[in-house]
Write a protein that binds this ligand. Structure first.
Ligand code: COA
Length: 170
């Protein structure tokens, strides 16, 4: 029996078209409301407006926004990433994808960008904290070579434990 390849080709073209318009840019103060909207959708330690503004202004911090250009030329925010870098060390502070765009590879896209950016800056040691109950994020970090160092008790809102993870490149 011969299967038609047409639907598969159409799907592939759709995927390629989608990625073509997905871009990462440095986060600006004008992006704060959109970032806040995405951050508010997470159950794990959602960032406040004050926290986002402080991070944008922090001298060791880097904040980026992932967005898609739509057919009308508008920018549709998909997710964001914030990390700090001091010398050869970096700490990933937040990575968040808007709920309606999850499980489509955007988290991986931001993680690849993060690792690539840091490698270019000479980073060889990475750290992050993630809730022990946050399976999607933990899975993502493992797939990028992070391993568990231990737990911090009652780290989130004094209730949830955090897993401390690290990635070394030597
Ligand atoms: C964690 C998060 C960023 C992942 O983003 P995403 O765009 O959905 O992830 P991707 O589609 O790129 O998938 C990345 C990997 O995670 C896995 N994954 C994503 N969602 C998952 C889920 N609900 N359960 C299990 N694995 C999941 C994918 O299967 C994929 O792994 P694979 O390559 O082995 O198939 C997203 O779930 C999120 O924004 N969560 C809320 C914010 C948050 O908790 N951030 C972490 C702060 S430390």
């Amino acid at each position: 029996m011969f299967l038609s390849l047409a639907p598969m080709i159409e799907q592939r073209e759709k995927n390629e078209e989608r990625w073509e318009y997905v871009t990462i840019k440095k986060m600006d103060i004008e992006d704060v409301e959109e970032v806040l909207h995405i951050a508010a959708a997470t159950t794990y330690n959602p960032w406040s407006k004050k926290m986002i503004l402080e991070e944008i202004a922090h001298p060791f911090s880097h904040c980026f926004l992932l967005y898609q250009k739509t057919g009308t030329g508008a920018s549709l925010p998909l997710g964001f990433l914030c990390f700090r870098q001091v010398g050869e060390e970096s700490e990933l502070l937040n990575l968040c994808i808007s709920p309606e765009f999850r499980q489509q590879g955007f988290g991986k896209k931001l993680m690849s960008f993060y690792i690539d950016f840091c490698e270019r800056q000479g980073v060889n040691q990475y750290f992050l904290e993630v809730s022990v109950t946050n399976t999607p994020a933990t899975h993502l970090y493992h797939s990028f070579g992070f391993r568990s160092l231990g737990t911090r008790k009652n780290f989130y809102q004094g209730r949830h434990d955090a897993l401390l993870m690290t990635r070394s490149v030597f």
